[in-house]
Write a protein that binds this ligand. Sequence first.
Ligand SMILES: NC(=O)c1ccc[n+]([C@@H]2O[C@H](COP(=O)([O-])OP(=O)(O)OC[C@H]3O[C@@H](n4cnc5c(N)ncnc54)[C@H](O)[C@@H]3O)[C@@H](O)[C@H]2O)c1
Length: 361
Amino acid sequence: MANLQKIEVAASRPYPVFLGVRLEDLGEYLQTRQTLGSQILVITQPVIAELHGERLAEGLKDFKVDIINVPEGEGEKSLDRLSSLTSEAVRLGVDRSTLVVALGGGVIGDLAGFFASVFMRGIRFVQVPTTLLAQVDSSIGGKVAVNHPAGKNLLGAFYPPLAVWTDFSVLASLPWNEVQNGLAETVKHALIADADLFAFLEQHQEQIKEREQGIWREMVTRSVAVKVKIVSQDEREAGIRALLNLGHSFGHALETEMEFQGISHGQGVALGIVAAAGLAQARGFITEAEVERIVQLLKSFGLKTEVYDKSAANLLHLMEADKKNQGGRKVLILPKGIGQAVVVKDCNDEEILSAWEKVIR
Ligand SMILES: NC(=O)c1ccc[n+]([C@@H]2O[C@H](COP(=O)([O-])OP(=O)(O)OC[C@H]3O[C@@H](n4cnc5c(N)ncnc54)[C@H](O)[C@@H]3O)[C@@H](O)[C@H]2O)c1
């Protein structure tokens, strides 16, 4: 295929990310992986199976394919669901030679990947991401997890997939609010590591909103390249991978304050990026004009750049629970101009409060 690209991710077990492939061709690729058995377990959701399952199944005719449909929602990334997947897999005769195919967004990728990482001490899996967020972000980097009442993604592993199989055409059916979640992460990738991608997003705002295929292909490919470059240098988040959390400390506090109601993750990240940029400006890391470019770009995608009727003190308090904090100190990722970011460990509460105040109306 003319637009097919393959990017290798360096990891304890390196794996390829295929971009611009077709769902129908996954089977042919798997035939070349000679150590696989004949059974494939597809874990997906009803809406995705309905929209795209047939195309995937078409290429898997030479395998024994079983499908498990998981209901929608973040709540399904749970130990209960892991347990029911296990019972179902045993019933279907899944063994160590079975390949799991995670066909879906980040919820399915994280859940099916975690299932694969622990079932019989680990069976192989392929990520087939179907949301923009999953294509540019969650399918790459080997993080898999389920949630626990005590915390999101609290039980998880670094478990690289056998491959990531990315068919851009599946994104055509994605609702706009889900597209926005992926766009927030794409802006984040551009901001931390690729000034040219940032300019590309600015130049092509309209075509992106109109879902112009060629522009989307380029946007996803460049965003994937940023994520691959970072996780390839730091598989287990001992250093540079932390930069991918830009916007997430502020955003997560806001999502928590709103009890995850009426705010999507992408909207939280967008607002978090603006707050982090405000703090970076106060430190002289970024100019006012650059902050304005960030705000305008996020706004153009309908992402949140301000919030109403919130208490900065309360949001600051909620940031104390952030997983990145070290020894009671808040660890933040701040942009340094456009195209670079830094980990900052010495932000004081006054600076964080004024960053919040800049985005609260
Ligand atoms: N592992 C990682 O590195 C990582 C990184 C970022 C986020 N995540 C996780 O990702 C999850 C969020 O993922 P998400 O944003 O993809 O949400 P999601 O998986 O819930 O998908 C969003 C919705 O879109 C639907 N959908 C998926 N593909 C579709 C398609 N092609 N057409 C129409 N509808 C489609 C889904 O059924 C779902 O209703 C969170 O659990 C988060 O923790 C993980």
